[in-house]
Design a protein around this ligand. Structure first.
Ligand code: FAD
Length: 632
């Protein structure tokens, strides 16, 4: 089966009475039988392994002794990892699983394992399999599932006189009642595409998309890192030489490594330059079946996988249902059926949707599953360009458009042991790396060639400044949500310069981030707007700064808390002075919380019950006085 297998892994044990050692040895033996090489050491043999440089998966088996103490052989190791001087990313390269042994009769059950586990997490290490807490009291079999290989090619199962682990469900493993349920599985989606691959005579370019009619290829003139290196998120500002719009769509390719892995997984690497010819199956039962218009005729297989299909999309249940038919392995068939069934909805959400698994992650987890190319084309959607809001105004930057984004980071999980970045934001981040300006670092002395991106511009007719300059503006944009307001304020500044006699409405901006010193985006520019009177009220809150000087922080944590502090002024501006309220940024949490807070504020201010306050807010939305530019 073509899948990437890490041949070596490391087993470390901390044993008092030999139990942890014997389990660790059992794991190593089993692994070797399955073609993996296991290095096994006691935690006291510090000179023989080096976790600081370890790139293979590590399995820890540790017992607990006394009143929750580490076994003697693990004392030094525990002491070392507890050192406060270690940076929070000390073990960020490390991918591990841990079995903690203990006795439920003691209060500090599995304490040593829990301590090591917690500390490894604090130091950035990632689980590749959920921690097992084993109980010495009962004497039943221990399962350590999918323990060693990055791609999940091995299942280790240690049996006999060993203590029992709390077996946990995972993407590939279910527990009762689900594993014993009768399942309601959706109907098999009818196949509708025939695919043939034809040898191409000319090598095709895959570095650029073909449909360039609506796309502009533009140089990135400047890229700046706005956050400090120790910030939880990395925010980048990109400046393009292009006539401005309100927002833009960036078309990014799928990663070459993922395209390559998929080709290999489908056993199609030798046909990567073949042309894909699609036709509708004559006998298809699918209603209104049609060829996907976003796959250009005669494109090569590599081109199609690079520019046409969204490989990262979370596979829908219908896709999982179809995959059932592509594996002969009864365990895989059952688990895929469970994941797409009504009864398995919670598992689907937990193991597929929430960790944002893609088709490749899924195929790694189900190695016997061999779908045909046609199935992927039927189920993977079009690769969508990513929209970004403009963070600049043509008044200040004619011929330019700036945008700001966070590089999305997906944490590692069992089937994605190394973690990954968002498709577009990771790609942009790599692309601008040679020209990236980091105000806190020395800049490159040479001038590299400017990278280019394919973009299309978009107009947003409603999320704009009102034409009536005298209307008050309330802008709410934490994190990268501040982007359009930078453009608004640049425009307002110019309007103030050009209309010195005009009456301008009050301007408020609510911004929020984690730390004042790490991720306060556009700090100087915003303070500059305040200095010039363009921005009358800048309200900022920091969600993770617990100490302000020597005093404990008591101020607002999130933007909505700050809104409440100014509820009277804001409702007055909005309801009595006919102001405009803009919200930009995260739709899932922030925009929802702000909406709830606005209802609360209106309800309190106008003495309305919740339903009437909601109606009043809906009215403001309809009149386009409450505007949102939000995304998930
Ligand atoms: P993908 O690989 O596509 O993964 C994104 C998916 O990851 C999301 O669907 C979500 O389910 C999940 N996810 C997990 N964590 C996060 C997280 N922290 N943030 C987002 N998604 C997460 N983004 C900006 O940074 N700046 C902007 O100005 C901006 N403007 C937008 C305007 C509009 C109208 C819309 C619709 C979106 C805007 N976005 C903006 C979001 C942007 O288009 C992308 O979705 C985002 O940059 C992630 O793209 P990606 O390809 O890197 O991630």
């Amino acid at each position: 089966m073509p899948c990437e297998v890490k041949p070596r892994f490391l087993v470390l044990y901390g044993s008092q009475k030999g139990q942890a050692q014997s389990i660790a040895e059992g794991i190593a033996d089993e692994a070797e039988e399955r073609g993996l090489v296991a290095d096994i050491y006691c935690l006291s043999e510090g000179g023989k392994f080096n976790l600081e440089k370890e790139s293979a998966p590590v399995v820890f088996v540790v017992s607990t002794t006394g009143d929750g103490d580490p076994p003697d052989t693990a004392l030094k190791f525990v002491k070392n990892i507890k050192k406060k001087t270690l940076p929070s990313d000390h073990y960020s390269h490390l991918c591990y699983a841990l079995i903690a042994l203990g006795d439920t009769n003691y209060e500090n059950f599995c304490n040593c394992g829990k301590t090591i586990d917690g500390r490894l997490q604090e130091l950035g290490a990632k689980h590749f399999y959920a921690t097992g807490h084993a109980d010495d009291v009962t004497d039943v079999k221990l399962h350590l599932m999918k323990a060693a290989s990055e791609t999940g090619s091995s299942v280790l199962e240690t049996q006999s006189g060993a203590p029992s682990a709390v077996v946990e469900a995972s993407l590939t493993c279910s527990l009762p009642p689900l594993s014993e349920s009768v399942l309601n599985v959706p109907a098999l989606p009818p196949a509708y595409l025939d695919v043939t691959l034809q040898e191409a005579t000319i090598e095709e370019e895959t570095s650029a998309p073909v449909s360039k009619e609506t796309l502009h290829e533009v140089p990135i003139s400047r890229a700046v890192q706005l956050t400090r290196d120790d910030s939880a998120k990395t925010a980048l500002l990109i400046e393009l030489d292009i006539s401005p719009g309100d927002s833009l769509d960036v078309l990014c390719p799928n990663r070459a490594s993922e395209v390559g892995e998929l080709l290999q997984r489908l056993c199609l690497q030798d046909q990567r330059s073949h042309r894909v010819q699609l036709s509708l199956r004559k006998d298809t039962k699918k209603k209104a079946a049609h060829l996907p218009s976003y796959i250009p005729e005669n494109s090569t297989l590599t081109y199609m996988l690079t520019w046409s299909l969204e490989l990262r999309t979370v596979p829908k249940k219908a896709f999982l249902r179809s995959l059932v038919e592509c594996t002969e392995d009864s365990g895989e068939r059952r688990r895929l059926q469970e994941l797409c069934s009504k009864q398995g909805s919670a598992d689907y959400n937990l193991y597929v949707r929430d960790p944002s698994l893609g088709v490749l992650d899924l195929l790694r987890a189900f190695p016997a599953c061999q779908p045909p190319l046609s199935l992927l084309i039927e189920h993977l959607p079009k690769l969508q360009p990513r929209p970004y809001s403009a963070a600049s105004s043509s008044f200040r930057h004619p011929g330019q458009l700036h945008f700001v984004f966070n590089v999305i980071e997906f944490p590692a999980c069992t089937w994605r042991p190394t973690g990954r970045q968002g498709l577009c934001t990771g790609w942009l981040s790599d692309l601008v790396n040679p020209i990236l300006l980091n105000p806190r670092k020395a800049q490159p002395s040479t001038t590299p060639t400017l990278p280019k991106v394919f973009v299309s511009l978009r107009e947003n007719c409603s999320f704009r400044l009102p034409s009536d300059l005298s209307k008050p503006l309330i802008m709410i944009g934490p994190g990268t949500g501040v982007a359009p307001f930078i453009g608004f304020l640049q425009q307002r500044e110019k309007e103030r310069e050009e209309n010195p006699e005009a009456e301008f409405g009050e301007t408020w901006l609510f911004f929020g981030c984690r730390h004042r010193d790490r991720d306060f985006l556009f700090r100087e520019e915003l303070q500059g707007f305040v200095g010039k009177g363009t921005l009358n009220h800048l309200k900022v809150c920091f969600s993770r700064d617990t100490q302000m000087g020597t005093e404990t922080k008591t101020g607002p944590r999130y933007v909505q808390h700050n809104l409440l502090l100014h509820a009277k002024d804001l409702t007055n501006l909005l309801l009595k002075e006919n102001g405009y309220l803009y919200v930009c940024g995260d739709a899932k949490n922030m925009a929802k919380d702000v909406n709830e807070t606005l209802i609360e504020m209106i309800s309190a201010e106008l003495q309305l019950d919740k339903l009437d306050a909601m109606k009043r807010l809906a009215g403001l939305r309809e009149e386009k006085h409450y505007l949102q530019d939000i995304w998930c």
